[in-house]
Design a protein around this ligand. Structure first.
Ligand SMILES: *Cc1c(COP(=O)(O)O)cnc(C)c1O
Length: 399
């Protein structure tokens, strides 16, 4: 019999009832070190006082009015994002997948308004993830996402990650946009090298193509810059943001240049909930903290510390881990034993990590993680690796 909850998730048998900073607590009081942060969502950890204050204050005044009226919090947050990025304009959504929908619609409408109705093709990269909507799965293209959901939204092509020649070969006059995560998240924490992002920008300029960055996971301070592409010195035409920007409240955004967004006139797109006063109260509070240069410098400092310690962990468990990769506090441990076994061993040691493709476990801690918690992370991951090794030896001997 089908469960009353649609069984699209294999959930761990863990139920948390409260959280604080990088820690989650079960009803019985057992604490877990949370290195997943709700899949890079709880950027400021759990129950951050500034966010609790912001949402509590707003909840007592006004939750929702619809986008038929002025929402000062939207103006404030859009102004901050425009001030800090390449973008000239911002649209607020409730999620990353809705940001993907708008990014694709915006690109197509851009060429339509220029009279180039054939420029509808969007090129994506293998191993990418852009959300679970019809546009999101079509843009990513992977079989795990698309199987059985056809007919897929037409107009998408895919090229292997990092294959410049394949990308050049895929470009024809119908290509209107290229969509890419500067650091692939679900795909196994695979950063796109800076020179490749620069090359992509040049290619898009030469061939009159809009460049869409999906910074849903790698953005909002995660790599030590407000947005990951800043490390490369180039910028996209359109950018998708979500996850960290809401700190746990459902919030996403599409940022764009004036040129890319110019065809999005009144009535061309909308959302009931997107950017409502509650979401904006939280989003503004997150932005005020994360965009501060001192905060980002701390992310970089702590990520260096964590990475160095993880390199040490890989060195002492060469039979469990292959290597560390990633950027800032978006790190992946490529495993030699099954990543899901390692994550389960982590549960036994009360540390939470997140799986990704390519047999990787993801470490996406709160950006506010403390040095003590980083030490705890290493102690627990070390214990999990030892536990797993011992078990796999026992199994091998028994067999
Ligand atoms: C999570 C994610 C999405 C989808 O975001 P939702 O809020 O789950 O819809 C899109 N792109 C990337 C890179 C993501 O990590």
């Amino acid at each position: 019999m089908i469960p009353t909850l649609l069984p699209t998730y294999n959930r761990a048998p863990l139920t948390f009832t409260s959280g604080e900073g990088s820690w989650l607590t079960e009803a019985g009081g057992t604490r877990y070190l949370d290195l997943g942060a709700g899949i890079a969502v709880n950027a400021l950890g759990h129950a951050h006082p500034a966010l609790v204050q912001a949402i509590t204050d707003q909840a007592q005044k006004l939750w929702h009015v619809s986008n038929l009226y002025q929402i000062p919090g939207q103006q404030a947050l859009a102004d901050k994002l425009v001030d800090q990025t390449f973008a000239d304009t911002v649209f607020f959504t409730n999620s990353g997948t809705e940001a993907c929908e708008l990014a694709v619609k915006m690109a197509r409408r851009h060429w339509h308004a220029k009279g180039m109705d054939d420029k509808t093709t969007v090129i994506g990269f293998e191993g990418s993830f852009h959300g679970r909507s019809s546009a999101g799965i079509a843009a990513a293209g992977g079989a795990k996402l698309t199987e059985g959901f056809g007919p897929l939204l037409p107009g998408f092509k895919h090229v292997p990650f990092g294959d410049h020649e394949a990308l050049k070969a895929a470009i024809d006059d119908t290509v209107g946009a290229i969509i890419i995560e500067p650091v692939q998240g679900e795909g196994g924490i695979r950063p796109v090298p800076d020179q490749c992002l620069k090359g992509l920008r040049d290619l898009c300029d030469e061939r009159d193509i809009l460049l869409i960055f999906d910074e849903v996971q790698c953005g909002m301070g995660r790599t030590g810059r407000l947005f990951a592409h800043e490390w490369s010195g180039i910028s996209p035409d359109i950018m998708m943001v979500a996850k960290g920007i809401g700190g746990g409240f459902p919030l996403g955004a599409v940022l764009a240049t004036e040129e890319a967004a110019s065809a999005m006139t009144a009535g061309s797109h909308g959302t009931t909930y997107g950017g409502n006063p509650l979401a904006m109260a939280v989003g503004n509070a997150v932005m005020d903290i994360v965009a501060a240069p001192e905060f980002l410098a701390e992310v970089t400092r702590k990520s260096g510390l964590l990475r160095q310690k993880l390199e040490g962990l890989v060195a002492i468990h060469p039979d469990v881990f292959e290597k560390v990769r990633g950027s800032g506090l978006m790190l992946g441990l490529k495993c030699k034993l099954p990543n899901t076994d390692l994550i389960a061993a982590g549960y036994a040691e009360h540390v939470l990590t997140v799986p990704a493709a390519d047999n990787v476990i993801r470490l996406l801690p709160a950006l506010t993680i403390t040095e003590e918690d980083i030490d705890q992370a290493l102690t627990r991951l070390d214990a999990a690796a030892t536990r797993l090794k011992t078990r796999s030896h026992e199994t091998a001997n028994a067999g």
